[in-house]
Design a protein around this ligand. Structure first.
Ligand code: NAP
Length: 302
């Protein structure tokens, strides 16, 4: 069984940053992801708050970071972890669908997944007008009517991206103000993107593809809005299954609790990035990944 000093789980911004730091301190490191490198980072249409770049999209930044990370650490994509067992000496055996590995330290950078609306029609029309990623699916709806659901940074970013593609975009939000940051709401205003306020989606309707949605307003009235697509951007949920299996403590929302050194309650298990909740920003994820690797290195058994 191959032996590693550090195994990082999740190859988004936090995991890649942890990989760069771990490899550069000469720790033998493996980075495993059940999907492709990048995680939800691949879906970020544009960023203007990552230091060093006035404007960059997520896919490009992941490409740069992956190239850098591969110089220092092995990345195994499309490899699913089936179980992790803790040995009596405190080390771990990680069993995947492809192999088994032994490691002294684990960094959980498992991130989060899209929250769903859980309304009638959502499952039926997935991939036929219901999407969770404008960068991935926006082009299919160029010059057509789309609704973006949500009021946070993601909803604002998706709306701007879709408008730039030529879509006719309206946002649907359940309250009367957005929680998105001002630099994004300023762009929404500038582009004249309409918001349907105080409304929640009750049902998604169509035949082969989405044709309309039923909205319920806070005053109880019901309206039907014609649309070709629905981009759901209502936040995310932690991917905490492996953390739970290891006995790692979570907060009430299911995010991993860490100290300032990214340590969890389980010795030699660290966590970094969106899985720790809090400020879910690219730069924060990278910072946490760097801290986790550095502390794992400082505290290794010599
Ligand atoms: P978010 O900030 O949690 O916002 C989710 C939005 O969806 C909120 O407006 C919320 O309404 C609404 N919502 C939640 N559940 C709903 C439901 N069942 N039906 C209808 N609406 C619902 O999520 P996010 O925008 O995906 O962002 C996630 C994190 O990533 C945040 O920390 C965000 O700051 C960060 N992020 C940052 C950037 C950036 O810096 N450029 C970009 C994207 C994401 P309420 O407002 O009523 O709660």
């Amino acid at each position: 069984m191959e032996e590693y000093e550090i195994i990082i789980i999740g190859a988004g911004p936090a995991g890649l940053s942890a990989g760069i730091y771990a490899g550069r301190q000469n720790s033998k490191t493996l980075l495993i992801d059940k999907g492709l490198t990048g995680g939800l980072g691949l879906e970020v249409p544009a960023m203007e708050n990552y230091p060093g770049y006035e404007h960059i999209n997520g896919m490009k930044l992941i490409e740069h970071t992956k190239n850098q990370c591969e110089q220092y650490c092995q990345i195994n994509e499309m490899e699913n972890i089936e179980s992790i067992t803790k040995e009596e000496n405190g080390s771990f055996i990680i069993n995947t669908d492809k192999d088994s590995y032994h490691t002294q330290n684990i960094i959980l950078a498992t991130g989060s997944k899209h929250r769903q609306l859980n309304v009638l029609g959502e499952d039926e029309f997935k991939g036929r007008g219901v999407s969770y990623c404008a960068t991935c699916d926006g082009m299919f709806f160029k010059n057509r009517k789309v609704l973006v659901i949500g009021g946070g940074n993601s909803a604002a970013q998706e709306s701007i991206f879709l408008t730039n593609l030529g879509c006719d975009v309206q946002i649907v939000h359940r309250r009367d103000e957005l929680r998105a940051e001002k630099y994004l709401t300023d762009v929404l205003d500038k582009k004249g993107i309409n918001v349907i306020w105080n409304s929640v989606v009750k049902e998604i309707k169509g035949s082969q593809t989405v044709e309309s949605v039923i909205l319920e307003k806070t005053d109880g009235s019901i309206i039907e809005v014609e649309t070709d697509a629905l981009f759901v951007a209502i936040g995310d949920l932690p991917q905490n299954e492996l953390a739970i299996s290891l006995g790692v403590k979570l907060d009430d929302s299911g995010y991993i609790i860490t100290d300032k050194q990214q340590k969890t309650n389980v010795e030699h298990v660290y966590a970094a990035g969106d899985i720790t909740g809090g400020i879910k920003q690219w730069v924060v994820a990278c910072g946490e990944g760097a801290v986790a690797s550095s502390i794992a290195f400082n505290e290794r058994d010599l």
